[in-house]
Design a protein around this ligand. Structure first.
Ligand SMILES: [Zn+2]
Length: 313
C-alpha cells in the first residue's frame, strides 16, 4: 500500500503545499498567500493540510519554515520573516489537523529532498547550499540530517566568512550569505556597473530595466558579458572558498547547490570548484567532493518535509 503524506512549505509571501508519495512524487499541489497574522497563518496551514488529508487520506503532515527550530522539532524559537517567538508550532498545528505534524527548517527540508530523491540520492554525506536571497544550508551526515546540539545546526549562510564584513540580517557581520547569495550577485553587479570598463553593459542594462534584477544579470552572464561574469566569479569564489572550509570540518562526498543562482548550472559550478579546490587543506593529497546542481527546484522544501513526516509516522 502506498503511503501518502502532506508537505507544506511556509515562505515569506506564499505557502506551498502538496501531497507526496514515498518516492518523492507530488500528486497534487497548491499555493496560498502567507497571512501576516500568526493565528491566520496557522489556520491557513491547517485548512490546506486538512483539504489534502480529506481527499488523499494522507497519514502525516510535514511543515517547513525558515527559522530556528528547537531540538524536539516542536517549537519555532525564532523566525526571520514571520512573527514567531518560541511558537509551539507542532502542538498548534496538530490540534487543528488531527494528524502527526513534523516541523523542519526549510533549508534542511530542501536538502533532505535532494538527498533522498534528487542530486544527492547516491551519497551518504552531503552538504546543500541554497543561493537565494540569502544562503540556506543543510548538512546530512551518515544518511541523517544533522541538527546539532540545539536543533539549529546547518545555518551555513551565517558562518562568518570575513571579519569586519558587511552587516547581516542575523545581527552579525561578515556572514557568508552577504558574499555568496543572489543578493550578493546583484550587489557585485551594481558595483561593477559603477566602475566603468567591463561594467558598461551592466550599467546600460541597469538604466534600461530600472535596476539589475537576478534575471537581467543571468541573461548577461549567459550572453558572456565580461562584467556580469566577473560579478558571478566573485560570488562563486566566495561560495567555493567557504566549501573548502566546510570540507575541512565535515568532509562531505558531495555539495549540492540550489536556489535561483544555481539555474546557471556549470557556469556557476566551474568557478565554485576552482575556489573550493584552491581553498582545501592538503589539496592534491586528499579526496575531494563533487559538486552538483539541485534538481527539485522550488518543490524541494515540501517534498523533503513530506518525506520526513512519513518517516516519523
Ligand atoms: Zn548572518
Amino acid at each position: 500500500m502506498r503511503v501518502l503524506t502532506v508537505g507544506i512549505d511556509i515562505g515569506g509571501t506564499k505557502i506551498a503545499g502538496g501531497v507526496v508519495d514515498s518516492d518523492g512524487r507530488i500528486l497534487d499541489k497548491g499555493r496560498v498567500d502567507t497571512p501576516a497574522d500568526t493565528a491566520e497563518l496557522a489556520a491557513a496551514v491547517v485548512a490546506m493540510a486538512r483539504s489534502y488529508i480529506d481527499r488523499y487520506d494522507a497519514v502525516a503532515v510535514g511543515v517547513a519554515a525558515a527559522g530556528f527550530i528547537d531540538k524536539a522539532q516542536a517549537t519555532v524559537i525564532h523566525a526571520p520573516n514571520i512573527a514567531w517567538r518560541n511558537e509551539p508550532l507542532k502542538a498548534v498545528l496538530e490540534a487543528g489537523i488531527g494528524r502527526p505534524v513534523t516541523i523542519e527548517n526549510d533549508a534542511n527540508a530542501a536538502g533532505w529532498a535532494e538527498f533522498r530523491f534528487g542530486a544527492g540520492s547516491t551519497v551518504d554525506d552531503m552538504v546543500m547550499l541554497t543561493m537565494g536571497t540569502g544562503v540556506g544550508g543543510a548538512v546530512i551526515i551518515g544518511g541523517r540530517m544533522f541538527h546539532g546540539g540545539h536543533g539549529i545546526a546547518g545555518e551555513l549562510g551565517h558562518m562568518r566568512f570575513t571579519r569586519n564584513g558587511l552587516p547581516c540580517g542575523c545581527g552579525q557581520n561578515g556572514c557568508l550569505e552577504q558574499y555568496a547569495s543572489g543578493r550578493a550577485l546583484q550587489r557585485e553587479a551594481g558595483a561593477i556597473a559603477d566602475s566603468g570598463g567591463i561594467g558598461e553593459t551592466l550599467a546600460r542594462a541597469r538604466s534600461e530595466h530600472g535596476g539589475l534584477t537576478g534575471h537581467v544579470i543571468s541573461e548577461l552572464i549567459l550572453a558572456g558579458d565580461p562584467g556580469a561574469l566577473e560579478a558571478l566569479r566573485r560570488v562563486a569564489t566566495a561560495l567555493g572558498e567557504a566549501c573548502g572550509g566546510f570540507q575541512a570540518v565535515l568532509d562531505p562526498e558531495l555539495f549540492v547547490i540550489g536556489g535561483g543562482v544555481a539555474q546557471l548550472g556549470d557556469i556557476l559550478l566551474e568557478p565554485v570548484r576552482l575556489a573550493y579546490e584552491t581553498s582545501l587543506p592538503g589539496y592534491g593529497e586528499r579526496p575531494v567532493a563533487d559538486f552538483a546542481i539541485a534538481r527539485l527546484g522550488n518543490d524541494a522544501g515540501l517534498i523533503g518535509v513530506a518525506d520526513l513526516a512519513g518517516r516519523e509516522a
